[in-house]
Design a protein around this ligand. Structure first.
Ligand code: NDP
Length: 495
């Protein structure tokens, strides 16, 4: 991040940084590098806003969140153009991203009361004289730290659900996409002008670290596993709970009875779209031997028609280009073959499609997140071997399966948080489904009922309706009460 220090007359010194168009280098916007004091002040302001927002109740918040969704949709061209300029992805992809975000925002607003409102539960034998219920209480202030690859959809996956649950939010976007973050905060403020319910802080990792330590009530992080560990460590000091959504190394399995046309289309889209910069993008493909040759030939033909700069944009973060180059070089040095592209496909700021075969399973291209438009395709004996290899990853975010008859059985055996059968990444479009992973892909869930509960804590309440028939929880308990208690439990469970 290139920083510079500026001072306006009579004002304190402020550090600023530019966000730039990754394709052209043009400045998209200039933003303050917020210090720990700035972040603390934002969290302090958020406290009051959280109380006001909480008091609006589900219905009041639903109306505001719907108005915000309408803003996103009415101004979709403006937002998509900004995403295109700042992140680099084609406008069509940016529009899809906003559509997805609007769908989730809508769902969170519509379902918060149903999911988080009071639920009666059966009191059970020992508390037959009580009614029992659970309510979900918003934490208060949620810190959200987001990545640059889906700068609208990904942070809103936390922000929409946190707001719908009744929290205020302080959001630190990636230093590569602060203008999109600012657009989101400003558009929210235009429909909720009364209080700073959704604030933005900008800067680098230091600003994110300050947010972790600012006394937020929960921190929702989306980014790499390496930063996720640092975030957890920062939050540990104050026992601040964390939600961690990290990267993936998602596998797509092609069984012998798969619709190969559909599998090829999903493989190329899932692997190359957004220049492969998708946390749940397809990076590894395991294909059953009987259809392997045909599948590789078809994927190769399809991938050769895809062009970085037309079908997808540049690499948003320059440093990622070195990772992609290293994975390709390492795979080839260890006996892999490139059937599409190769080392020359790395043409900064673009990377053209690369399809690798015969890559050893312990190489970087199979073990680490590449986050580029590359695929490894591996021949497997049968579906069992495909599942075993798909699961042998330090990551466990998503996966995809292509099979006419065995889709559900294969999906049930995959050790990852999300699976699409006969398509790729489709679970992202279903707002009622939870989103999240296992192992290095993190823990906790956004989206769906689980995503709402992630931003509220459960309060258990019992309400005594009449005196207990057997006195158990009192010093007035007599030996006769204990004997009755014993008889009841023996009658119930002892036979
Ligand atoms: P990073 O981990 O580099 O950064 C993520 C965010 O953390 C950024 O806002 C970054 O700020 C901030 N940050 C950096 N250092 C710290 C720190 N010490 N303390 C607190 N915050 C810090 O990830 P990327 O932005 O490069 O995003 C790509 C990664 O995100 C990939 O691994 C991808 O798979 C993952 N991802 C996961 C998703 C999921 O839902 N599971 C969805 C989308 C992406 P700055 O940018 O200013 O350094």
């Amino acid at each position: 991040m290139a920083r510079r220090v500026t001072r306006q007359y009579g004002e304190p010194m402020t550090e600023k940084f530019d966000s730039r168009n990754p394709a052209t280098g043009d400045v998209v916007g200039t933003f303050p590098v917020h210090t720990a004091e700035d972040v603390n002040a934002a969290v302090e302001r958020a406290r009051g806003a959280a109380a006001w927002w909480g008091d609006l109740g589900y219905a009041g918040r639903r109306g505001r969140l719907r108005a915000w969704r309408t803003q996103l949709v009415q101004r979709i061209d403006e937002l998509a153009d900004l995403v295109h300029r700042e992140n680099g992805k084609p406008v069509g992809d940016a529009i899809s991203e906003v559509v997805l975000a609007a769908e989730h925002l809508s769902w969170a607003a519509a379902n918060a009361a149903r999911v988080l409102g009071r639920h009666r539960v059966a009191p059970g034998m020992l508390a037959i004289n009580q009614t029992a219920s659970t309510t979900y209480v918003p934490y208060g202030v949620i810190g959200v730290i987001g990545p640059w690859n889906y700068p609208v959809h990904t942070p809103l996956g936390s922000i929409s659900y946190a707001l719908a649950a009744g929290n205020a939010v302080v959001f630190k976007p990636s230093e590569y996409t602060p203008a999109v973050g600012a657009w989101l905060a400003e558009s929210f403020a235009s429909v909720v002008p009364e209080q700073p319910v959704f604030q933005l802080v900008t800067g680098s990792g230091d600003t994110g670290a300050a947010l972790c330590r600012a006394g937020v009530d929960k921190l929702a992080f989306t980014g790499s596993a390496a930063t996720g560990k640092t975030v957890m460590a920062s939050c540990a000091g104050t026992l601040t709970p964390v939600l961690i959504e990290c990267g993936g190394k998602d596998a797509l399995i092609v069984a012998g009875d798969a619709d190969l046309d559909a599998a090829v289309d999903a493989t190329v889209w899932g692997g190359m779209s957004n220049a492969g910069q998708t946390c749940a993008g397809v990076e590894r493909v395991y294909v059953v031997s009987s259809v392997y040759e045909d599948f590789v030939a078809r994927v190769s033909r399809a991938a050769r028609l895809i062009h970085g700069g037309t079908h997808y944009g540049p690499m948003t973060m320059p440093a990622q280009i070195d990772v992609v180059r290293r994975h390709i070089d390492d795979a080839l040095a260890r006996g892999g073959r490139a059937v599409v592209g190769g080392p020359d496909s790395v043409q900064p700021p673009y990377v053209q499609p690369v399809v690798l075969v015969d890559v050893p399973e312990d190489s970087a291209a199979v073990q680490e997140e590449t986050f580029g438009p590359t695929l490894t395709i591996t021949r497997v004996r049968d579906v069992d071997e495909a599942i075993e290899r798909a699961n042998a990853s330090p990551y466990g975010l998503g996966g995809a399966v292509f099979s006419a008859k065995q889709g559900d059985q294969i999906a049930d055996r995959l050790s990852c948080g999300m699976v699409s059968i006969n398509s790729a990444l489709t679970y992202a479009a279903v707002p009622g489904l939870p989103w999240g992973g296992l192992r290095n892909s993190g823990f906790g869930r956004i989206h769906g009922p689980d995503g709402l509960r992630e931003f509220a804590w459960p309060r258990a309440v019992t309400h005594q309706r009449f005196a207990p028939t057997i006195r158990a929880l009192t010093f007035r308990r007599t030996p006769r009460d204990v004997a009755r208690l014993k008889r009841v439990v023996q009658a119930r469970w002892g036979r």
